[in-house]
Write a protein that binds this ligand. Structure first.
Ligand code: GCO
Ligand code: MN
Ligand code: MN
Length: 389
């Protein structure tokens, strides 16, 4: 294996404590690997050239930890961060696991549950701020329903918005300087989740009291589960200046939430994802929200982590080569890609513009007969991926 695909911290690769820390538990069976302590995860990731870690409050500090436990764990965690130079890039609240959240957290029907969910988030935001997290993610794992009668969408979204607005005010009040990123997902664990796609989340954000503080955290698997095109989702988030974070992994369409290693599926889509991220100037964390296969050993977890980063770097190189390939540039020109950036009616609306458009000679048959060379264009992309270009 060549070294030019060995990651360095400047590549901004991040793993959640819950990702490499996943012991292989699933709905049908228990753990297949031992649990790894957070400071050990930091050290192993440091050895591999990662940039940082992120966590849910309870990945770091167990739900029932005493204040003394909290300080001891934090002390060990901070020591590992200092020794490795790893950063905490993002934090989030676990509002999914505890049975108290069985009917939702910010959107639970019972106001007492909602107040507990907000209080838990306040404490988790403090924890994130304490270790330097600049992004705070909201993934509404229990925000949803299985049956229509139980949870009308309008009031549920009112409560979701109320919670995010309250927490955004808190961050401003404390001067934490954090930004929020909402993570959409169509289903799992609820039958239907609120804010199911990037599009839904982008609209929701515009209704918030502080929309400038809130962006999205799209995840490959989640849009793919919904049968959507992830490159389009990220493209629209970038277009809206709302790509605040990203969760990278792999997923086959129409399956349960697989959380596969980045690159395990649909390499071509991931090539265009990496190309888009790199060309857009996105400079946030590249977070792998995935885990090693259940059958993998404790040591295999680090093969999973290494592979995730290595694949990104290979795709980054492929994307650069593709963009610079004169054949690619020529085929893009033939497909009129540059023309898509030209305004259609540059002079804007006016009575004259309308008249001009209506009086202009349009020849639909000639337009239908023009050549669009997409077959050769895509074949070239495929050959770049296969190494035969
Ligand atoms: C999932 C989600 C989570 C979130 C995490 C951070 O499908 O379980 O992707 O892993 O990303 O809870 O909020
Ligand atoms: Mn997920
Ligand atoms: Mn995720």
């Amino acid at each position: 294996m060549s070294d030019r695909y060995a990651p360095v911290p400047e590549d901004r690769f991040v793993f959640g404590l819950w990702t490499v820390g996943n012991p292989g538990r699933d709905t049908w069976g228990g753990a297949t690997r031992p649990v790894i302590a957070p400071d050990e995860i930091v050290r192993r990731l440091g050895d591999l050239g990662a940039h940082g870690v992120c966590f849910h409050d309870n990945d770091l500090i167990p739900f029932d930890a005493t204040p003394a436990d909290r300080e001891a764990i934090l002390g060990r965690f901070r020591k590992a961060l200092t020794e490795t130079g790893l950063r905490v890039t993002m934090a989030t609240t676990n509002l999914a696991f505890h049975p108290a959240f069985k009917d939702g957290s910010f959107t639970a029907n019972d106001p007492a549950v909602r107040r507990f969910a907000i209080a838990k988030s306040l404490r988790a935001i403090d924890l994130g701020a304490e270790v330097g997290a600049s992004t705070y993610v909201f993934w509404g794992g229990r925000e949803g329903a299985e049956i229509h009668a139980s949870k009308p969408v309008g009031p549920a979204l009112d409560r979701y918005r109320e919670a995010i607005d309250f927490l955004a005010d808190y961050v401003v009040d404390r001067g934490y300087g954090m930004r929020f990123a909402i993570e959409p997902k169509p289903n799992e664990p609820r039958g239907d989740l609120f804010l199911p796609t990037v599009g839904h989340a982008l609209h929701f954000i515009e209704t918030l009291a502080r929309p400038e503080m809130v962006g999205v955290n799209p995840e490959v698997a989640h849009e793919t589960m919904a049968g959507l095109n992830f490159v389009h989702a990220v493209g629209q988030a970038l277009w809206a200046n709302k790509l605040f974070h990203i969760d990278l992994n792999s997923q086959r369409i129409g399956r349960y939430d697989q959380d596969y290693r980045f690159g395990q599926e649909d390499i071509k889509e991931l090539l265009f994802l990496v190309k888009l991220l790199e060309e857009s100037g996105y400079d946030g964390p590249l977070h792998f929200d995935s885990h090693a296969l259940r059958a993998e050993s404790a040591e295999g977890v680090w093969d999973f982590a290494r592979g995730s980063m290595r694949t990104y770097l290979i795709l980054r190189e492929k994307a650069t080569r593709l963009a610079a390939d004169p054949r690619y540039i020529a085929l893009c020109a033939e497909a009129q890609v540059p023309e898509l950036s030209l305004p259609t009616v540059p002079e804007g609306f006016s009575g004259e513009a309308v008249t001009r458009l209506l009086e202009e000679h349009h020849d639909p048959d000639a337009l239908a007969a023009r050549v669009v060379a997409n077959e050769r264009l895509d074949q070239l992309v495929t050959e770049h991926l296969l190494g035969t270009a």
